[in-house]
Every structure is written in structure tokens, then in C-alpha cells.
Design a protein around this ligand. Structure first.
Ligand SMILES: Cc1cc2nc3c(=O)[nH]c(=O)nc-3n(C[C@H](O)[C@H](O)[C@H](O)COP(=O)(O)OP(=O)(O)OC[C@H]3O[C@@H](n4cnc5c(N)ncnc54)[C@H](O)[C@@H]3O)c2cc1C
Length: 401
């Protein structure tokens, strides 16, 4: 007989784990299973990101991202302190280098005020020099509260809470079949079968496929974008003290080439955003035929390509020519040298794209028959994970009463 649960969560990334934890906190009686296809939790986006606890300055006021990021950042910081997990408050500056960036910086400051970002201030070149002697800029926004964490350690702490509360976590368990009869989900992995009243899809780079497998027809596709970093090893840490970001291009959901200190006292430079030909393709040569066919047969993809081709070419140039990456980074830190930049592992972002080719910006969760699909959980979903988990648990509370 297949094991029977009240709820099965697909995906052992930080969103799935935070959701499982929140559900069990709210409804301790619930029989909960979380399945993860890899041998280890947090193997994909959660384990391959910049490690920043974002402040929430970038997001449209009243968006889900703005609300959940601000709340999530505070809760995540408190969680790290409570559990003795690594956290370093290093602050962040968003720097306008050219005069034509000043109006965008002012708009960002306004957005920051609307989003109640703690400690936010606009600073001139003298204060910028005190904070970041190697950074050049006309003006900057200073966000003193921003910090860095280890999202893999946090994901494992969430997993510990799930098992301690009686939930089950199964790794090496790729969901291959999903079927709903009148009252239950039937799930299959190559080794086991399960039944469940509710299904929560937190499949990250595969969330659209899992949703389709479950019969949901929401017209959104995940397009994978590889983000490649370079690393400045520990001896180069004199170059920046905290996070240093450019003023972002408002038309794009990515933040531009920036400097991120790591807990290991290195500095990551990047990432870029290059179309990946495999959903979990971390190396340049990685190609997956199914992923490519799905891309080129999707209308949304071609419309996106038509809209963003010039930005895409710029990103590609930065990926293939280290001098282009160096040039983008030197806008902020002119003393940076080619030899400072060492190759570093990449991450792949799951970017949901609509039928009209638009890049979905906000978090997107969609309910359909006894299921909830997280279609879009890009950055800052790791920062916001505790609040996303709570929002989902609240939404499903009635089903699990
Ligand atoms: C380069 C980069 C930098 C980033 N920087 C930051 C940052 O600094 N701060 C921040 O807040 N956010 C950042 N993000 C975003 C953040 O990492 C993601 O928003 C977050 O990790 C999403 O978590 P997730 O659980 O949805 O996805 P994932 O971590 O990708 O987890 C999804 C899981 O589902 C599993 N899965 C998929 N299909 C199946 C199946 N069929 N059966 C079973 N399991 C399955 C996968 O194996 C995977 O483990 C960054 C992302 C990238 C790529």
C-alpha cells in the first residue's frame, strides 16, 4: 500500500523546507512528507546563490516581494541568531557612477522609503569613501542593516525542525508521476508511491513542469538563466568592506554585476545572466535536449528573446570575455585587476516567463484542485523564505483543519 499523507511538498530547497516547517508549526497533527530528487537538500538555487539577506528596497511597494522580503529578512536574521547560524551584517551601498543614474537612484530611494527599509540614507562621495575607500561614485544609497548568511545551513536547520515536529523528508526521490482522483493525489518516484490530500509544488527550476504534470494549465514557463561569478580570493578583501551594487536597470529583474563578500572572506563578483541550455546546467557546455526543445517551442520564449535580445547579448559578452566582466566591475571599483578575478561556481535562476514574453517579477503562487504551485520564487525568495512558508501555511490552513 502506498504511504498516505495529508500533504506532500515537492522540493527540498529553502522554499519547500520553510513551507513544511511553517505547516507543522501551525498544524502539528498534519502528516507531512517532503520529497527531494537529489541526494542532498538545497542542491540547486538554494545552495548556489549570493547568500545575501536582501533588504527589500528594489520591489514595488504592495507587491508580495516587498512585503515578504522585509518581514522575512527580519525573521531570518533573528532565526540565525537564535540557532547560532553564521550571519554577518556587512551593510550595502548602491552606487550611482554616472550623472544619468542619479534620477534612478532617487527613484530607488523613494521606493526604499515606501518599503520602510531600516537605516536607509543617501550619501555623497566623502561618506562613500569612508565606507568603501576603493569604490568610485557620485552618490549612493547606504543600507547598513544588510547581511550575509549561509542558506544551505539555514535550509538544513529548517529540515531539522520538520523532522523534529514529526514530518518526513525523503531524498533521492524524484516525482515522475502525479495524478489526482476525486479526493487524493497519487504520486510516484522510481522507488515508491505515495498518496496525499494536498500537494505543494516548490520545484524551483522544474516548478512549471511539475505543475503541468499535475494538470495545471497556467501559461508560464521557467526559463533558466545561469549566473556566473568570479571570486576575489581572501587576499583581495581590501577592495570592498560590504556589498557594493550598481543602480539596477528597472527593465530587468537582475541586479547587475555587483560585489558580494562571503562568509569565507572572499568576494564574489557577478553574477551575469546568460540563457542556460539545461535547467540545472552549471557549466557552459551543459546542454539538455528536452530543455532546449521546450525552450524553442515556447511562444513566451521567442517573445522574450525579441524584447531582451540586446541585454542578452551584453550578458553573453560578459560571460565569454573576462575583460567585459572586468570592465563592468571596474565601473564601481576601478583598481580591480584581471588577476584579482578567479573563476567560481555558477548558479542557475528559475525565471518564470509569461506567454507574452514578460519576465514575471513578483512571487507567483497559484492554487488549483487540492494543490498549490509556486510558479515564481526568484530572488529574494531565500531571504523571504520564512514569510513565504507562513503565507502558504496560512493559505492552506482551512484545508488542513
Ligand atoms: C545566482 C543566484 C543568486 C541568488 N542570490 C540570492 C540572494 O543573495 N538572496 C536571496 O534571497 N535569493 C537569492 N537567489 C534566489 C534564491 O536562491 C531562490 O529564490 C531560492 O533559493 C528558491 O528556492 P526554491 O526552494 O524555490 O528552489 P530550489 O532551491 O531550486 O529548490 C527546488 C528543489 O526542487 C527539487 N525538485 C525539482 N523537481 C523535482 C522533482 N520532480 N521531484 C523532487 N524534487 C524536485 C530540486 O532538486 C530542488 O532541490 C539567488 C539565486 C541565484 C540562482
Amino acid at each position: 500500500m502506498p504511504a498516505t499523507y495529508d500533504v506532500v511538498i515537492i522540493g527540498g530547497g529553502i522554499v519547500g523546507l520553510a513551507t513544511g516547517r511553517a505547516l507543522l508549526q501551525r498544524s502539528p497533527h498534519v502528516r507531512l512528507l517532503l520529497v527531494e530528487k537529489e541526494a542532498r537538500l538545497a542542491s540547486h538555487q538554494t545552495g548556489r546563490n549570493s547568500g545575501v539577506v536582501h533588504s527589500g528596497i528594489y520591489y514595488r511597494p504592495n507587491s508580495l516581494k516587498a512585503a515578504l522580503c522585509r518581514d522575512g529578512a527580519q525573521r531570518l536574521t533573528a532565526f540565525c541568531h537564535e540557532r547560532g547560524l553564521p550571519y554577518r551584517r556587512c551593510g550595502k551601498v548602491i552606487v550611482a557612477v554616472e550623472p544619468d543614474e542619479l534620477s534612478r537612484l532617487a527613484m530607488l530611494e523613494e521606493r526604499g522609503r515606501a518599503n520602510h527599509i531600516p537605516g536607509l540614507s543617501r550619501i555623497g562621495p566623502e561618506r562613500l569613501h569612508e565606507l568603501e575607500p576603493c569604490v568610485r561614485g557620485l552618490q549612493a544609497l547606504h543600507l547598513p542593516e544588510v547581511g550575509i548568511v549561509d542558506y544551505v545551513a539555514i535550509a538544513y536547520a529548517f529540515a531539522e525542525d520538520i523532522t523534529r515536529a514529526g514530518g518526513t523528508i525523503q531524498t533521492d526521490a524524484r516525482i515522475t508521476h502525479l495524478r489526482f482522483d476525486t479526493s487524493r493525489w497519487h504520486l510516484e518516484t522510481p522507488r515508491a508511491r505515495y498518496r496525499s490530500r494536498l500537494l505543494i509544488n516548490c520545484g524551483g527550476l522544474h516548478s512549471d513542469r511539475l505543475a503541468r504534470l499535475a494538470g495545471d494549465t497556467f501559461p508560464v514557463r521557467i526559463v533558466p538563466f545561469r549566473g556566473e561569478y568570479s571570486t576575489i580570493p581572501a587576499h583581495g578583501r581590501r577592495l570592498v568592506n560590504g556589498l557594493v551594487y550598481p543602480v539596477p536597470n528597472p527593465a530587468m529583474p537582475f541586479l547587475g554585476v555587483h560585489f558580494t563578500p562571503t562568509l569565507a572572506h572572499e568576494i564574489h563578483v557577478g553574477p551575469n545572466a546568460v540563457l542556460a541550455l539545461k535547467r540545472e546546467g552549471y557549466r557552459r557546455g551543459d546542454i539538455n535536449l528536452r530543455d532546449c526543445v521546450e525552450l524553442v517551442t515556447s511562444r513566451g520564449f521567442w517573445r522574450m528573446a525579441r524584447r531582451y535580445w540586446s541585454v542578452g547579448l551584453e550578458e553573453l559578452a560578459r560571460a565569454w570575455d573576462r575583460r567585459a566582466l572586468l570592465k563592468a566591475a571596474q565601473r564601481l571599483v576601478p583598481s580591480l585587476k584581471t588577476n584579482d578575478l578567479w573563476p567560481s561556481p555558477a548558479g542557475v535562476r528559475a525565471q518564470a516567463v509569461g506567454l507574452d514574453g514578460s519576465l514575471l517579477d513578483d512571487f507567483v503562487m497559484r492554487e488549483s484542485a487540492a494543490a498549490l504551485h509556486i510558479y515564481n520564487a526568484p530572488s529574494p525568495a531565500a531571504t523571504a523564505s520564512l514569510s513565504i512558508g507562513d503565507a502558504i501555511a496560512q493559505r492552506l490552513a482551512a484545508h488542513l483543519a
